[in-house]
Design a protein around this ligand. Structure first.
Ligand code: UD1
Length: 421
């Protein structure tokens, strides 16, 4: 299995192009199940999760092409030939559950494996299923699979979500485009990936209003057609690379970055004494040369501080002057990176959903291992600031969500290599 070796090498400088968003692409791809005509997604990231979604769509009867050149071309789904999303694929990637809404809307039935828990928490699907039941579906759990069907199609309804779940909002939004009548999603998630999905669905002929707010109204239509859509910028990749100069020193411009994708995160960087400026082509981040200041961080739904940047922010705060408190409110078990960072000399105490980080003068390189995607990249970031060599194993996590990660870090002068063991 491959590892990534990072050697602390002083400041980083240069530019990094930011890719299209993994999480947006993973919800745009299943939207192809809603139409017989082709859907082309440009600015798609080249990631293993995207291949997994293509594999799942292929198993349902949608041919997907062009994954290597940054486009995803789903050749339309004349007929959904298989209505079972198998455990073998769903267990690899939780976002596979995003085929449930579109399959149910298009065919009136779907069988989708429950994904099970993952390294960061239990991750149930009750919000998705409650909402689809309000729209007239009957859903039963049998042998680990959700068996969903409708009697004559989904019907529009008012669906209040008990929590603003990203995946549930996406599933319901897609399902409602072909439902009879009007659906109103209350307490909808507002993430940029949902706005992107709504924009794409509208290009396909859907009637949607209110995306980006907590109330989305969808007027069902009889059919959707093909479209071409560019995937929105990956705000989590953006935030991750913004932390490289913050932790290692230097100045880096993130090409394609926009502040409004990450307002709360940018505010926290500034509070830590890192400068963030908008340029004509992106966002520029500069470490002013002094030690970063401790800040308190609480993860929240958009537009709050994203949970997907909590591990990376923790790496930065390990080196800050003073004590920072990080509160994780979205997932119950998302501090698995803390003991690994501790192996690098960090001083972190975890108690329930709160981590207290006492900044240290100097991190030290160590062999570390991550249990999830964002935790893995937090260790690379820590390695940039550490004395000596950090070896990050289980690199397959990174392949799921960071395109050309070694090349991008090398491009700003980091001493980083991927090695095969
Ligand atoms: C998406 C993102 C993920 C991000 C998360 C929160 C994708 C592919 N993944 O995941 O990277 O970390 O949003 O921003 O876009 N919950 C329930 N019942 C449900 C659904 C969710 O209890 O039916 C809980 C989850 O266990 C979790 C919280 O709600 O604690 C947030 O989950 P959700 O917003 O649904 O995240 P995902 O869509 O899975």
């Amino acid at each position: 299995m491959d590892s990534i070796v990072v050697k602390g090498n002083g400041p980083v400088n240069g530019q990094i192009p930011i890719a299209g968003a993994k999480n947006a692409c993973l919800t745009l791809m299943p939207a192809t199940l809603l139409s017989e005509e082709p859907l082309t997604l440009t600015n798609a990231p080249r990631l293993s999760d995207i291949k997994t979604m293509a594999e799942l769509l292929a198993s349902l009867g949608t041919e997907v092409a062009g994954l290597q050149d940054g486009t995803v071309q789903a050749l339309g789904t004349k007929e959904i030939t298989n209505h079972v999303a198998h455990y073998d694929i769903v267990r690899k990637m939780r976002a596979s559950n995003l085929v449930l809404g579109p399959m149910l809307a298009r065919m009136g039935h779907a069988v989708v494996s429950l994904p099970g828990g993952c390294a960061i928490g239990a991750r149930p699907m009750d919000i998705h299923t409650d909402a689809l039941e309000k729209m007239g579906a009957t859903i039963e759990l049998k042998d680990g699979y959700l068996h969903a069907k409708t009697n004559g199609g989904l019907k529009g309804a008012v669906v209040p979500l008990r929590f603003a779940s990203v995946g549930a909002t996406e599933n319901i939004l897609m399902a409602a485009t072909l439902a009879k009548g009007t659906t109103v999603i209350e307490n909808a998630a507002k993430e940029p990936e949902i706005v992107d999905l709504a924009e794409c669905l509208r290009k396909m002929g859907a009637q949607i209003e209110g995306e980006g707010t907590s109330r989305i109204e969808i007027q069902g239509v009889d059919r959707l057609h093909g479209a071409t859509h560019p995937v929105v910028t990956d705000r989590i990749e953006l935030g991750t690379y913004m932390l490289a100069p913050a932790i290692a020193g230097g100045e880096v411009e993130l090409i394609g970055g926009r502040r409004n994708l990450l307002e709360a995160f940018c505010d926290k960087l500034e509070e830590a004494d890192i400068s963030v400026t908008e340029t004509d082509t992106g966002l520029k981040v500069k470490n002013k040369g002094s030690r970063v200041k401790a800040v308190n961080v609480k993860t929240e739904i958009f537009p709050g501080f994203p949970t997907d940047l909590q591990a990376q922010m923790m790496a930065l705060l390990c080196t800050a002057e003073g004590t920072s408190v990080l509160e994780e409110t979205i997932f119950e078990n998302r501090f698995m990176h803390a003991p690994e960072l501790t192996r690098m000399g960090a001083n972190i105490e975890v108690s329930g959903g709160t981590a207290t980080v006492h900044g240290v003068d100097q991190l030290k390189g160590a062999p570390v291992m991550a249990t999830d995607l964002r935790a893995s990249v937090s260790m690379i970031l820590a390695g940039l600031a550490a004395e000596g060599e950090t070896v990050v194993s289980r690199v397959y996590h990174l392949d799921r969500g960071y395109e050309k990660v070694v090349r991008k870090f090398k491009g700003i002068g980091a001493n980083i290599e991927r090695v095969s063991n």
